[in-house]
Design a protein. Structure first.
Length: 381
């Protein structure tokens, strides 16, 4: 018999449990085959720290597992990300009453990794198409963790460094968490006090995290330095390039990109391609060129989830990587004459007729679409 604690990536809503579930006193709570019907039930199981027990008996067990895998649908990356966001929100807003924060953050990281491994296109599209999920500061941290994970893996970072990068991305703004939502929607100029909150939040975040039992010095260092710049113009210490860990730079650039593509009450979000261009042009002294190139290579000139108009007049959404960073896969939603199509049609944008002509805001696209319509069950709610 093997016992381990349940994590968010273990349970799929609507699917039978593949094992019995016990509490920490080894009392049976749910039998194998029970179907969890709601995300709230999943959250309850995780919060209570329940355990699963699986029997291992050689080849028969392996064959049974293989049969189960063949008949089990892949989980929804969108649902996993939303669940991770809810879990993180509860942890961060109750930081003072949380004990053993680090292992709980590891669970959130595991769920995000599982979502990205399930469908990286859905995970990236969530940054643009799932902006109503959760409060802005928490959703922003999850978005940054997704981008940081993809970039760190592309840079062949060791697994333990990827883990630390994601932890820091999720925790980096805890020092201004309760101000972040208000500042996100602020139309008037910031006061001196509000500027002070912003500039001091890396140090405040580290102080709060130490108080919550986070002792990993790498994680704390990345949190502390994620607003430093290459040219020494950042804060809180004005450190230059050589004194900023590369992993903190990854988080910093993810932070810049995700902030630009998020909408505000007083302005539309920046178009994704414009956000990348803005970072490269207006902040070129603040970022490492090699890192910027990696971001463009992994996100593409037209990141997944971007609404576009094609040369033939069709309107669609970027749904995946194509043959180059400038020729992604698009699924058309609106025909050349402005009529919605009966179902999304895949277009290869390296072909002249289906090349991308312009990038659109969702409000300009003239059609509403769910992520599930584009990616199927792996983007179901």
């Amino acid at each position: 018999m093997e016992q381990r604690r349940i994590t968010m990536s273990d349970i799929v809503v609507g699917k039978p449990l593949p094992w019995d579930v016990y509490d920490s006193n080894n009392k049976l709570l749910l039998r194998k085959g029970h179907v969890v019907q709601r995300e709230q039930q999943v959250e309850t199981l995780i919060v209570r720290g329940l355990f699963v027990t699986a029997k291992r008996d050689g080849a028969a067990s392996a064959q049974g597992a293989a049969a189960t895998a063949r008949h089990t649908e892949r989980p929804s990356a969108l649902r996993l990300i939303n669940l991770a966001t809810k879990r993180l929100e509860r942890l961060l807003f109750n930081l003072h009453s949380e004990s053993e924060l680090h292992p709980k953050i590891v669970e959130v990281i595991a769920a995000i990794k599982f979502a990205v491994d399930t469908n990286p296109d859905v995970a990236l599209a969530c940054i643009l198409m799932n902006q109503d999920a959760g409060s802005y500061p928490v959703r922003h941290s999850v978005d940054c963790a997704i981008v940081s994970l993809i970039v760190a893996r592309a840079m062949n970072k060791p697994a333990h460094e990827v883990q630390d990068i994601m932890a820091a991305a999720l925790l980096m703004n805890v020092g201004m968490l309760r101000h972040h939502e208000e500042l996100h929607h602020r139309e008037a100029p910031l006061s001196d006090e509000e500027h002070g909150v912003i500039r001091s939040h890396p140090e405040e975040s580290v102080s709060l995290l130490r108080g919550a039992g986070v002792v990993d010095e790498n994680v704390l260092s990345y949190v502390l330095l994620h607003h430093e710049n290459e040219d020494g113009s950042g804060y809180p210490f004005g450190k230059g390039s050589a004194d900023i860990p590369e992993n903190a730079k990854i988080i910093a650039m993810a932070d810049r990109y995700c902030a630009r593509v998020s909408s505000r009450l007083y302005r539309k979000s920046m178009l994704p391609n414009a956000a990348l261009r803005d970072i490269l042009l207006t902040e070129k002294k603040n970022i490492q060129p090699m890192l910027a190139a990696c971001f463009i290579r992994e996100l593409g000139t037209y990141p997944t989830g971007t609404f576009v108009r094609l040369v033939n007049g069709e309107v669609g959404v970027v749904t995946g990587r194509g043959s180059s960073t400038t020729t992604p896969i698009v699924h058309a939603l609106v025909g050349p004459r402005g009529a919605p199509l009966s179902f999304p049609i895949r277009r290869e944008t390296h072909k002249e007729l289906h090349a991308i002509r312009e990038v659109l805001h969702e409000s300009q696209a003239g059609v509403r679409v769910s992520m599930q319509q584009l990616w199927g069950a792996e983007a179901s709610l």
